[in-house]
Design a protein around this ligand. Sequence first.
Ligand SMILES: [Zn+2]
Length: 89
Amino acid sequence: MSMRWKGGAPLRKYMNDDIEEVICNCCGKIIKAEHGIVKEGVFMAEIKWGYFSKKDGEVHSFDICEACYDKMTESFLVPIEQKPMREFL
Ligand SMILES: [Zn+2]
């Protein structure tokens, strides 16, 4: 079932400019958005690989649901840094 999304197809669905749904790259879970707002915790990552990498000029992105994020970060040898958000303006 995850085969469907292999090969670099866009994984975020948009309606006009509003995000409609996000697919967790890790488990394939579909996370719906309402009026452009994703109503669940999602780790949305994008990296622009630069000159000093072996992927110079490539932009990679993926989305990870909160459950998979927890599993992934719990497997880290060195724990992630965690701190409370300060006031956000
Ligand atoms: Zn997931």
